[in-house]
Write a protein that binds this ligand. Structure first.
Ligand SMILES: [Zn+2]
Length: 246
């Protein structure tokens, strides 16, 4: 008697799903908790993810994804447009639209200024190839400056020492406060209106006193930032949009 050893092929990390003239890259994730096949298209990143239950066959998962090619195409068509850091692109800085201009005569790396007609621009010097990186560096520097100032202001109101902050580019949260009191924020807050950045700084500083979301936490936060509700509403409505840039 012969034994056949069936060794399951490892899952591919992605598959391609074709629909009409388009091919879509679909990430494959196997989840023990999943009960059925699901497809998701992320608004923030445009990533398409197929989730399958632990025991499901890859062939069945492929058939499922293929049969939803039209659905994927429709969802992708509705995704918000991405805005790359290239000349003439318009990006918000502190909530104000700025056009990117490659202006090599300006000394320094990048700066926000106005053009001859008085419109807001982000002027970038140096080689064109380095422009996206210069813009990113500039935005991170500005974010760090505004967040440092806001954190210093709120900690001084509470009579506690100022904190050093860390910048990140997380999609799941705009700010965090660790149990050891380390504050970190998304650099993308510099794209939002200043009261939104200020709210996030106040929120994380309030956690230095109240490591929870209790009633005491919220009343402390309202004391630091009277525009808390307005900022929360703004983030709910526009937060995803901030991930379109760069
Ligand atoms: Zn919180």
């Amino acid at each position: 008697m012969r034994f056949a050893f069936f060794r399951a092929e490892p899952d591919p990390d992605h598959i391609e799903v074709a629909h009409e003239a388009c091919a879509f890259r679909v990430a494959v994730k196997r989840r023990p908790a999943a009960r059925r096949f699901t497809l998701r298209v992320s608004n923030a990143t445009g990533e398409i993810v197929l989730t399958l239950p632990q025991g499901a066959s890859m062939d069945a998962a492929r058939r499922f994804a293929d049969s939803h090619g039209g659905w994927i195409a429709a969802r992708v068509a509705r995704l918000p447009m991405r805005v790359a850091f290239v000349p003439d692109a318009e990006i918000p800085l502190r909530g104000v639209p700025h056009r990117i201009v490659h202006w090599s005569t300006v000394p320094g790396v990048a700066r926000a200024t106005t053009d001859a007609e008085g419109r807001a621009i982000l002027a970038v010097a140096g080689q064109k190839a380095h422009l996206p990186r210069r813009i990113r560096d500039y935005l991170r520097r500005e974010a760090s400056r505004d967040l440092d100032a806001a954190v210093a202001r709120h900690t001084s109101t509470l009579g506690i020492p100022a904190r050093k902050i860390t910048l990140r580019d997380t999609r799941s949260r705009w700010g965090s406060c660790s149990s050891r009191g380390h504050l970190s924020f998304s650099w993308r807050l510099i794209l939002a209106p200043p009261f939104v950045l200020d709210y996030l700084a106040a929120h994380e500083v309030a956690h230095l006193k109240e490591m929870n979301h209790s009633h005491r936490f919220w009343s402390l936060l309202h004391r630091l930032c009277p525009r808390t509700e307005e900022a929360e509403r703004w983030l709910k409505r526009n937060g995803t949009d901030l991930h379109r840039y760069g």
